[in-house]
Write a protein that binds this ligand. Structure first.
Ligand SMILES: NC(=O)c1ccc[n+]([C@@H]2O[C@H](COP(=O)([O-])OP(=O)(O)OC[C@H]3O[C@@H](n4cnc5c(N)ncnc54)[C@H](O)[C@@H]3O)[C@@H](O)[C@H]2O)c1
Length: 356
């Protein structure tokens, strides 16, 4: 018997992939999204209930209508640089509204929640990197010291959710590292942020020869810039752990099954355990996209960006049986196919027109 799963933020990049995979696996996803940054076209794998996670009455009415057995909570603001400029916006949406959402779900009988958190809760981990001299994986026991309001807002939402365990609400917090890539093109979903701040799309799109006017409108330069080449890493550029969005969603489905089977409240990292510097990602993109001529420029570091973030994923492997299977080449290929597609380009042109 299929079960309704409530997906907050299911019109966004990662939430839409969750709805796609859950639908394929026989669940009935129900998307709750206020479309503040998401796209109605991405919420095509079940009903879209448009509204805000902080609106108790609305969330209760959705719970009454569908009787979801669990919720996956993706809805949030995600732009680190914006969070530095406007911390209150992030604390309000990512922490305060999340707390209302958790409480409302619990009171409406939805007592299993999978929460999208982030490696940004760990903050600066470069010291670990240099002491181990390798990929410097960060386990869930690593101290949490976020260095930007985005990470802080997520950490505080995590703490609130864990506190609700005492009220019978069981949760899995998933701390993601850098999510990228896309589902196969026939799914018609992919990363579509405005402005686009993530490295893989910012790198891939200029390499697919999009017109400068389109790139500028999306908040990008024709020349991809490496932000900072003076970090304490082997080649001076920041090191990150890139996880394919479909591997990430496989982790969510396993977390969901774990909770439905009676699993206890827990935290898991979802990353590959392998770090790539920005220069290494650029080299991979040159190879995968056939652009050996490509030479990025170097720009200033961005505020709030740590030098290194690489996951230890052994806990997710041990308890959830989760292992990422897709490579950095898969990520670049799938992202490029999505950004080249007319669906992506037409959708972003329509979004830009509506915003003008
Ligand atoms: N993209 C990444 O690399 C990454 C990395 C770590 C963690 N995360 C986490 O994953 C989650 C999803 O990220 P994403 O990249 O898909 O972001 P996204 O912006 O594409 O999607 C977020 C969705 O949430 C919706 N939303 C925001 N506030 C809402 C509210 N108050 N009520 C209802 N809907 C609301 C937006 O309209 C949007 O559709 C976020 O919680 C983010 O913190 C993302």
């Amino acid at each position: 018997m299929p079960s309704h799963i409530l997906i907050s933020g299911g019109a966004g990049y990662i939430g839409s992939h969750a709805a796609y995979v859950l639908r394929q696996q026989g669940y009935d996803p129900v998307v709750v999204d206020n479309l503040s940054t998401g796209n109605a076209w991405a919420a095509s794998f079940g009903p879209l209930e448009q509204g805000d996670i902080g609106d108790r009455e609305f969330i209760c009415s959705v719970c009454e209508k569908y009787k979801p057995v669990a919720a996956l909570h993706f809805a949030a603001f995600i732009d680190v640089a914006e969070s530095v400029r406007n911390p209150a916006k992030y604390i309000e949406n990512n922490r305060d509204k999340a707390a209302i959402f958790f409480k409302t779900l619990n009171s409406c009988g939805v007592k299993k929640i999978v929460f999208s958190s982030t490696a940004a809760v760990y903050g600066e981990t470069a010291s670990v990197y240099s002491t181990v001299g390798g990929s410097g994986p960060v386990s869930e026991l690593y101290p949490t010291k976020p260095i930007n309001p985005y990470g802080q807002s997520k950490l505080e939402a995590e703490a609130y959710l864990r506190m609700m365990d005492a009220d019978g609400l069981r949760s899995v917090t998933l701390r993601y590292f850098n999510v990228a890539g896309a589902a196969p093109l026939e799914a018609q979903i992919g990363e579509a942020h405005l402005p686009e701040t993530h490295l893989i799309p910012r790198l891939v799109m200029p390499l697919t020869d999009m017109p400068q006017s389109f790139l500028s409108a999306l908040g990008m330069e024709k020349d991809f810039a490496i932000y900072g080449s003076d970090y304490s890493t082997p080649d001076g550029t920041a090191v990150r752990d890139y996880i394919h969005v479909l591997d990430l969603i496989d982790g969510h489905v396993r977390a969901l099954v774990y909770l439905l089977d009676g699993g206890e409240t827990a935290i898991f990292n979802l990353g590959t355990g392998k770090g790539y510097s920005v220069s290494e990602i650029v080299a991979a993109a040159r190879k995968v996209l056939g652009r050996p001529d490509f030479m990025p420029k170097i720009a200033q570091r961005r505020e709030g960006d740590p030098a290194v973030l690489v996951a230890s994923n052994s806990k997710a492997d041990r308890i959830l049986g989760w292992k990422p299977t897709r490579s950095i080449h898969d990520i670049i290929n799938d992202a490029a196919a999505w950004h080249r597609s007319s669906l992506y380009q037409d959708a972003m042109k329509a979004k830009l027109k509506a915003a003008a």
